[in-house]
Design a binder for this molecule. Structure first.
Ligand code: CTP
Length: 217
């Protein structure tokens, strides 16, 4: 039998990837080191398995995998709006994006100038962004939700707390070495704890393992 999903086994999988960018003024922004490679690898692996894939991507320099429907976004709020829309028809969501937790309280129309800041110091007021995943996963129904967590200490405990807070089925725990790297080590957890540990694997191999978590409708 073919390895590709057919009929009922063909799921609509939504993947988010990359960083978000939160503008201070027309030329400056807050962002992070995420390359988007993990999310793009998941999108590629899922489509190769025959699933229908929507990829919601922050600003990244990566080619869209064949057969994937890509929606580009910039900020966390745009990502939330596109994810809300895609979520309705989704069977599963991989939330691999590194969403900025805060954004500048105001986006200036003109450049922020040194003279506006005062005496050798500048204070940038930030406000909290919505938790994109928690917002949509509150009413997830039968959808499978996979969160990601990057932790620098007490990884398992913190990752499990995130899984509960965000109503996820799995959380993929990695450490800071995963950022912008080609190989990575991850631990997949469900609410009962460790499900699988993958050591020093390519992101493609991790992606295939993650797509393997998907259950049929
Ligand atoms: N996430 C999200 N919306 C946010 C922040 C994070 O959807 N505003 C998602 C990420 O895409 C990831 C998971 O939540 O799947 C964990 O993100 P992380 O930044 O580690 O979690 P936070 O809740 O922001 O916790 P922390 O205080 O550790 O930064």
């Amino acid at each position: 039998m073919s390895q590709r999903a057919r009929g009922d086994a063909r799921l609509h999988v939504v993947v988010t990837a990359g960083p978000t960018r939160e503008y201070i003024d027309p030329v400056r922004y807050l962002s992070n080191e995420s390359s988007g490679r993990m999310g793009f690898a998941i999108a590629a692996a899922a489509t190769r398995k025959g699933h229908r894939v929507t990829l919601i991507a922050g600003p990244v320099h990566l080619e869209t995998p064949d057969g994937v429907c890509r929606i580009d976004v910039t900020s966390a709020r745009e990502m939330l709006s596109e994810l809300r829309a895609a979520f309705r028809a989704a069977d599963a969501v991989f939330m691999a994006a590194a969403v900025a937790d805060y954004r500048p309280a105001r986006r200036l129309a003109g450049k922020w100038r040194k003279k506006d800041a005062g005496e050798g110091r500048a204070v940038l007021e930030l406000v909290e962004n919505p938790d994109v995943l928690a917002t949509v996963a509150k009413s997830k129904g039968a959808r499978q939700v996979i969160a990601f967590a990057l932790e620098t200490g007490q990884g398992t405990r913190r990752a499990l707390a995130k899984l509960r807070r965000k109503n996820a089925d799995y959380v993929v725990l990695n450490d800071a070495s995963a950022l912008n790297a080609t190989r990575t080590s991850v631990t997949i957890l469900d609410e009962g704890g460790e499900v699988r540990r993958l050591e020093n694997q390519t992101k493609g191999a991790v992606a295939r393992a993650l797509v393997g978590l998907l259950r049929r409708r």
